[in-house]
Design a protein around this ligand. Structure first.
Ligand code: FAD
Length: 649
C-alpha cells in the first residue's frame, strides 16, 4: 500500500464467528459440552507455543501446563513478571454483586455491549461477563490480595460506564498483584516441567505449514541468534499496539510486531482504528518524553473534573472560586457524572481545551480535584485508596495532589482492535489463537475501565484452555520438524529483514522516526478524525516509511544484544500498521466509541453511529507489500442489547 489514498477493495471472505446458537446464557455451556476433549494421558504429546507472559499469556501457560500440555512460553523481557500487565492500576470488573447494588451477568454484558457502542459480538461478551466471577475466585485462590471491606468481603469501587460498584482492586496496583498470581501459578508449572520459559526471546515470524500455525521464529535478544520453534498450536498474547502513536501510557516495550507479522502471514486484522484515548493522564510536557503516565480511572470515584468557566483564566486553581468553575462532566452527564466512559470523558476534555478554557501553560489540561473528597472522608482514606498514584503524580510533576488539583489530559492508552478471532479465539489461520489485548474481541469501539484485565484473564484462565483442546482433538496433524521448508523460508525472511535494517547505515535513530510517526498519528488519527486529516495521514506515512528505510541508523552486527535493532524492527512494523489504522478510520464513515469522525456527530456533539452501513467488524486482509489490503466484513447481530443512541445523561 503506498501513495495517495484509494478505496480499499471489498473482500469476499466469509467470517464465521462459529458461536453456538440458542439463548445467549446457554451458549458457553453448550460449547463446552459439545467440544472434543484431550485425554489427560495424551496432553503431554501436544506442544503449545504461548507468546506473551502478561495476564492473558501467563494465565494460559499456567492453566495449560497444569492440564498437562507441553507449553513453550516466550516473552521479550528478562522476566515474565515484567510484562506490561504489571502496570495496570485501577481494578478488574466482575459481576459478583457483593454490594447488592443491582449487578448481574446480564448487566455486565449489557454495560459492555453498550459501552463498546454496539460494535462487539454478543456471544463473546456474554461469555466474558459469565466467566468474570470465576476469575475473582481463581485469583483469590492464587493468593491475590484484593482490598477487603470491614466485614471481610472483597471491596469494590466504581469505574466508568456503570452505575454500580463492580471493580475489584488491590490499591492502585491491581495488575501487579494479578500478574504475580498468574506468574506464581506458571512458575509452579515451570518447576513441574510442563512449562518451559524462553525469556528475552522476540517472536519475529509465524510459521504456517499446510495452512496451519505450526511454529514461530524468535530471536534470542541476548545472543542475537535467530531460532526455530515447532508446536501443534500457537497462542499469541502479545498485548496492544497503542505505541504506534509513539506517546502512550503503554510500557515502552509494548509493541505490535508479533500480531503484525502474523497478519502478513494471513491472519486478518480487525478494527485497527478502534483505539482508546484515556481521559486521565499526566499531560505532555515536551519533546523529550518517550512515554506518558496514566492516572487511573479509579481516581474519578473521588476526584472531580473541572476547568475555569472563563476562557484564558490562568489563575492558580486554588484561586478560582467555586462559582467560577465548570464541572463540565457533572454538568453535561448528570446521571454518570465524572464516571462517564473514557471516550465520552476524553472528548469533553478536548472540547473545553479547544474552547480556550484548558488549565496550565499549554492550555492542554484539566483539573482532577480531590478537595471535596478529602473534606468528606479525610486525607488518610484517600491515601489508603490511591496512595501510590498520588506519590507517582508528585514524583513526576513535583506538585502535591493532596493540596492542589492534579492536572490531566487524554492520551493514547489501549487498542480495542487486534487480530480477528472467532468464538474459539482462533484467528483466520487455523491453529493460531489470540488472547488478551492482542485480539479484537470483546470491547467493540470503546473498552470500559477495568475490563481489559477481566478479558485477559478470561481468555487465559478459562476460554483458550477450553477451546484449544477441541482444536487439538479434532485436527489430525502430521509430525513436522524445524527443518521443514516453511521454517527455512520464515527464518530467511526474518534474517533478510534484520540485515536490511542494519545495512541502511543512515543517521536517524529509530526513535526519531517513531516520534515523527506518532505526531502524524496523534494529529490526524487521534481524538477527532476527519476525511481530510485521515487522507493527510495516508499521504504522509508512506513518505516516513521511505525515509526510515533510507536513513535509519542501526549500529549492530545483528549477532549480539542490540536494543536499537529490536526497536528498529518494531518501528518498521508501526510504519505499516499506522497506515492500516488510518485507512480503517477513513473507511469507517461513522463515529462510534473511541473512533470519532468529526463529520458524524449528533447536535450535542456525541458520536453518531451509522448502524445501517457499519454495524460490522472490519477485518483487513494482507494482499502483499505495496498493495491495498482487502476489507472483509463480519456483520454484527444484536438480539439482546438493542442498539440505541448511547446516553450517559
Ligand atoms: C498504565 C495502564 C494501566 C492500566 N490499568 C488497567 C486497569 O486498572 N484495569 C484494566 O482492566 N486494564 C488496565 N489497563 C489495560 C491492561 O493493563 C492491558 O490491556 C492488559 O494488561 C494487557 O494484557 P495482555 O496479557 O494482553 O498483554 P501484556 O501484559 O501487554 O503482555 C504482552 C506480553 O507479550 C510479550 N511480547 C510482546 N511482543 C512479543 C514478541 N514479539 N515476542 C515475544 N514476546 C512478546 C511481552 O513480553 C509480554 O510478556 C491498563 C493499561 C495501562 C497502560
Amino acid at each position: 500500500m503506498s501513495g495517495a489514498p484509494q478505496i480499499a477493495p471489498a473482500g469476499t471472505r466469509k467470517l464465521d464467528a462459529r458461536a453456538p446458537s440458542g439463548p445467549v446464557p446457554e451458549r458457553w455451556d453448550k460449547y463446552k459440552f459439545d467440544a472434543k476433549l484431550v485425554n489427560p494421558a495424551n496432553r503431554r504429546k501436544f506442544t503449545v507455543i504461548i507468546v506473551g507472559t502478561g495476564l492473558a499469556g501467563g494465565a494460559a501457560a499456567a492453566t495449560l501446563g497444569e492440564a498437562g500440555y507441553n507449553v513453550l512460553s516466550f516473552c521479550i523481557q528478562d522476566s515474565p513478571r515484567r510484562a506490561h500487565s504489571i502496570a495496570a492500576q485501577g481494578g478488574i470488573n466482575a459481576a459478583k454483586n457483593y454490594r447488592y447494588d443491582g449487578d448481574s451477568v446480564m448487566r455486565l454484558f449489557y454495560d459492555t455491549v453498550k459501552g463498546g457502542d454496539y460494535r462487539a459480538r454478543e456471544s463473546n461478551v456474554y461469555r466474558l461477563a459469565q466467566v468474570s466471577n470465576n476469575i475473582i475466585d481463581q485469583c483469590v485462590a492464587a493468593g491475590v490480595p484484593f482490598a477487603r471491606e470491614y466485614g471481610g468481603l472483597l471491596d469494590t469501587r466504581s469505574f466508568g460506564g456503570a452505575q454500580l460498584q463492580r471493580t475489584f482492586y488491590a490499591r492502585g496496583q491491581t495488575g501487579q498483584q494479578l500478574l504475580i498470581g498468574a506468574y506464581s501459578s506458571m512458575m509452579r508449572q515451570v518447576a513441574a516441567g510442563t512449562v518451559k520459559m524462553f525469556p528475552r526471546h522476540e517472536m519475529l515470524d509465524l510459521v504456517v505449514v499446510d495452512g496451519r500455525a505450526r511454529g514461530i521464529i524468535a530471536r534470542n535478544l541476548i545472543t542475537g541468534k535467530v531460532e526455530r520453534f515447532e508446536a501443534h498450536a500457537v497462542l499469541l498474547a502479545t498485548g496492544g499496539y497503542a505505541n504506534t502513536y509513539f506517546l502512550s501510557t503503554n510500557a515502552v516495550n509494548s509493541n505490535a510486531t508479533a500480531i503484525w507479522r502474523a497478519y502478513k502471514r494471513g491472519a486478518l486484522f480487525a478494527n485497527p482504528c478502534f483505539t482508546q484515548i484515556h481521559p486521565t493522564c499526566i499531560p505532555v510536557s515536551g519533546d523529550h518524553q518517550s512515554k506518558l503516565t496514566l492516572m487511573s480511572e479509579s481516581l474519578r470515584n473521588d476526584g472531580r473534573v473541572w476547568v475555569p468557566k472563563a476562557k484564558g483564566d490562568k489563575r492558580p486553581p486554588l484561586e478560582v472560586p467555586e462559582d467560577e468553575r465548570d464541572y463540565y462532566l457533572e454538568r453535561r452527564y448528570p446521571a454518570f457524572g465524572n464516571l462517564v466512559p473514557r471516550d465520552v470523558a476524553s472528548r469533553a476534555s478536548k472540547a473545553v481545551c479547544d474552547e480556550g478554557r484548558g488549565a496550565g501553560d499549554t492550555g492542554l489540561s484539566v483539573y482532577l480535584d480531590f478537595a471535596d473528597s478529602i473534606k468528606r472522608v479525610g486525607e488518610n482514606v484517600i491515601r489508603e485508596r490511591y496512595g501510590n498514584l498520588f506519590q507517582m503524580y508528585e514524583k513526576i510533576t513535583d506538585e502535591n495532589p493532596y493540596k492542589t488539583p492534579m492536572r490531566i489530559y487524554p492520551a493514547v492508552h489501549y487498542t480495542m482492535g487486534g487480530l480477528w478471532v472467532d468464538y474459539d479465539l482462533m484467528s483466520t489461520i487455523p491453529g493460531l489463537f489470540v488472547m488478551g489485548e492482542a485480539n479484537f474481541s470483546d470491547h467493540g469501539a470503546n473498552r470500559l475501565g477495568a475490563s481489559a484485565l477481566m478479558q485477559g484473564l478470561a481468555d487465559g484462565y478459562f476460554v483458550a484452555p477450553s477451546t484449544l483442546p477441541h482444536y487439538l482433538a479434532s485436527t489430525p496433524m502430521p509430525k513436522i520438524a524445524t527443518d521443514h521448508d516453511a521454517f527455512k523460508e520464515a527464518e530467511s525472511t526474518v534474517q533478510a529483514k534484520l540485515k536490511r535494517l542494519i545495512d541502511v547505515r543512515g543517521k536517524r535513530t529509530p526513535r526519531d522516526v517513531h516520534r515523527s510517526l506518532g505526531k502524524v498519528m496523534w494529529d490526524n488519527v487521534g481524538m477527532g478524525r476527519t476525511d481530510a486529516s485521515l487522507k493527510r495521514a495516508l499521504a504522509a506515512i508512506p513518505g516516513l516509511r521511505e525515509e526510515f528505510w533510507k536513513t535509519v541508523s542501526v549500529p549492530s552486527s545483528g549477532e549480539e544484544f542490540s536494543q536499537v535493532l529490536e526497536y528498529a524492527g518494531r518501528v518498521a512494523d508501526y510504519l505499516e500498521l499506522g497506515e492500516l489504522i488510518a485507512l480503517d478510520a477513513l473507511e469507517r464513515r461513522e463515529s462510534c466509541g473511541g473512533h470519532f469522525r468529526e463529520e458524524y456527530q449528533t447536535p450535542d456533539n456525541e458520536a453518531q453511529r451509522d448502524d445501517e452501513h457499519f454495524a460490522h467488524v472490519a477485518a483487513w486482509e494482507y494482499a502483499g507489500d505495496g498493495k491495498m489490503p482487502i476489507r472483509n466484513v463480519e456483520s454484527l447481530d444484536f438480539e439482546y442489547v438493542h442498539p440505541t443512541q448511547r446516553s450517559y445523561k
